[in-house]
Design a protein around this ligand. Structure first.
Ligand code: SF4
Length: 337
């Protein structure tokens, strides 16, 4: 819901200022539409229905994985595809993976989004509407900006969206913004953001040569500079930076590379998530044995590390798999449950 549009529509009708807050509160609590907002006069509900779209996004397809993960493909009003994911964990957590752009201009080689055409930055409302869609399905409590796009390339809209999430039940401490190391945005995030929003860095290699091959952004902003900003974040906030490391068989997953990562990060300031790779064509995922041997190097150096649970692999909703699959393919996937 575009709340700015809502506010001007209410203003034009001479409605009191508190009406916008009433509508927002209903929406954030998961109301299905204006009609559910029973403390608004019926005539006003009908007028809003006509003047202010309840969502800036239209749902095109939706698939549900065997593990309960839900992936939704949306369209913006001007036709751009956007995907977002609801992950359901056994401990009850309900975590959203949100997109900040339609497509992505950075071309990380392991990522399906990076292989599709870049559309544009999303507005804050288009980001919030992804979260609201899932809030209408059930209560949600965590969010990660790890869907399509590089959030630091669209930081103002991402932050504006993140600041709306507590109304949906997602506190700042349970919100994570992830970057591949887009330095201008990262510097602003570290310097300017006062809210306790978590930071994640997708690192995927411990040396510049390999990292530049996997992630061209590293040619522009090398590891040393990016890690210096992450350390500054830790020094200011005392909150560890999550380090994402996707395990690519025979590429970045040897024990020596594990040792190099441990040395690079050190025991303070970071927490590593090793991510089993969800093949999108170019690479194979590492075996469990190789992941365990890699993790042992981090354990030995007292660098906190976990292996991430993969969710939604069968509906291509897992990390690196968001690529706005065509309608037909998504339907097939959804119906194969
Ligand atoms: S990993 Fe992130 S930054 Fe890299 S291409 Fe994919 S969406 Fe873009």
């Amino acid at each position: 819901m575009d709340v700015s549009l809502l506010e001007s529509a209410l203003h034009d009708r001479g409605e009191p200022a508190y009406r916008a807050q009433q509508v927002w509160e209903w929406t954030a609590r998961g109301a299905a539409g204006y009609d559910a907002m029973t403390n608004l006069p019926r005539a006003l509900r009908e007028a809003l229905e006509a003047d202010v779209p309840f969502s800036t996004l239209a749902v095109e397809t939706q698939g549900e994985s065997r593990d309960g993960t839900v992936k939704t493909l949306f369209r913006t009003a001007d036709g751009h595809p956007v995907e977002a994911v609801l992950m359901r964990y056994r401990d009850g957590r309900r975590s959203l993976c949100l997109s900040s752009q339609s497509g992505c201009p950075l071309t990380c080689t392991f990522c399906a989004t990076g292989q599709m055409a870049f559309g544009r930055n999303l507005t804050a409302w288009e980001i919030v509407d992804q979260a609201l869609h899932f809030r209408r399905i059930e209560p949600v409590d965590h969010a990660v900006f790890m869907g399509m796009g590089e959030p630091m390339l669209n930081l103002d809209e991402v932050l504006a969206a993140a600041r709306r999430l507590p109304a949906l039940g997602i506190t700042h401490r349970r919100t994570t913004i992830s970057t591949v190391g887009w330095l201008p945005g990262l510097k602003r995030f570290v310097s300017d953001v006062d809210e306790p929003i978590r930071l994640a860095l997708s690192i995927h290699a411990a040396d510049d040569e390999l990292r530049s091959q996997i992630m061209p952004v590293n040619v522009r902003y090398p590891l040393r500079e990016v890690l210096a900003e992450c350390r500054r974040h830790y020094a200011i906030t005392n909150r560890r930076v999550f380090v994402e490391y996707v395990m690519l068989n025979g590429v970045n997953d040897s024990p020596e590379q594990g040792r190099a990562l441990a040395e690079l990060l050190g025991p303070k300031g970071f927490k590593v998530n090793l991510i089993p790779y969800n093949p999108t064509g170019m690479y194979d995922g590492s075996s469990r044995t190789r992941i365990a041997a890699f993790k042992a190097q981090l354990d030995r150096a007292h660098v906190p590390a976990t292996v991430r649970l993969t969710r939604g692999r069968d509906i291509e909703a897992a990390c690196g798999q968001l690529a706005a699959a065509p309608k037909e393919r998504q339907r097939t996937v959804a119906s194969a449950r």
